[in-house]
Design a protein around this ligand. Structure first.
Ligand SMILES: Nc1ncnc2c1ncn2[C@@H]1O[C@H](COP(=O)(O)OP(=O)(O)OP(=O)(O)O)[C@@H](O)[C@H]1O
Ligand SMILES: [Mg+2]
Length: 209
């Protein structure tokens, strides 16, 4: 039966050669150390999410974190807390006793969970403070800026390649408080935005290997 409710990947993914080539080139730039933004824009059900899911499958050496703005209802800047938490879970999760995203949602003890991570212990104090701040209840504009910057800062600190894909990005323009960040980033139409990050220092190291 033909299924349109779920994105496709692997053997279910057909064609899209030109689009996939552009996305693969995008990931190549991430590997080479160029942080950048990319928006995948198209009509409903044209296959945007499938492209990102399949790109992730074909990029085993890059960490992909996918977040859908409709996971928070109504869509709001809270999604950037979710993005940051999911990035921390992806990059540090193997050393944590539980998912930080779940801990924050259930009022668990964030500090206790982070205490057991040897990698967390090596981070610089400002970055540690930013990660701990993911548990703060009230989302101020300053805190929003911290959450927005955290994925790139953590990937740089850990020397990891990361693609953060925000699905249904355009919904943020509807529900958000219209901060400068949101106003300048949200595209019209149906969209997936991917923020890719890697440090320039890392690029220099890569070019020698
Ligand atoms: N490359 C592909 N090969 C085969 N089928 C595809 C492909 N891309 C998409 N489809 C079909 O189209 C449907 C919609 O795909 P997908 O959810 O990726 O689209 P979308 O543009 O993200 O949709 P939405 O606008 O709802 O977010 C899938 O369930 C699948 O049936
Ligand atoms: Mg989609």
């Amino acid at each position: 039966m033909f299924q349109t409710s779920y994105p496709v990947s692997g053997t279910g993914f057909h064609d899209r050669g030109a689009e996939m080539s552009r996305l693969v080139a995008f990931v190549e730039e991430v590997r080479a150390g160029s942080p950048r933004w990319l928006a995948v824009i198209g009509p409903r059900k044209v296959g945007k999410t499938s492209l990102i899911v399949e790109l992730s499958r074909r990029s085993p050496d890059v960490d992909f974190v996918v977040v859908d703005t409709q996971e928070t209802s109504p869509p709001s800047e809270e999604i950037f807390r979710t993005c940051a938490l999911r990035v921390v879970d992806t990059l540090l999760g193997h050393e944590l006793p539980s998912s930080l995203e779940i801990l924050v949602a259930t009022g668990g003890d964030l500090d206790a969970a982070l205490h057991g991570s040897a990698t967390f212990a090596t981070l610089r104090p400002p970055l540690k403070a930013s990660i701990r701040a993911l548990g703060l209840r009230k989302l101020t504009n300053d805190l929003l800026r911290v959450y927005l910057d955290l994925p790139e800062r953590l990937a740089e600190a850990l020397d990891r390649r990361l693609v953060l894909a925000i699905d249904e990005f355009q919904e943020l323009a509807v529900g958000a408080r219209k901060t400068d960040v949101i106003r300048s980033s949200a595209a019209p139409g149906s969209a997936t935005a991917a923020s890719a990050t890697s440090s320039r220092a890392r690029a220099a190291r890569c070019s020698r290997t």
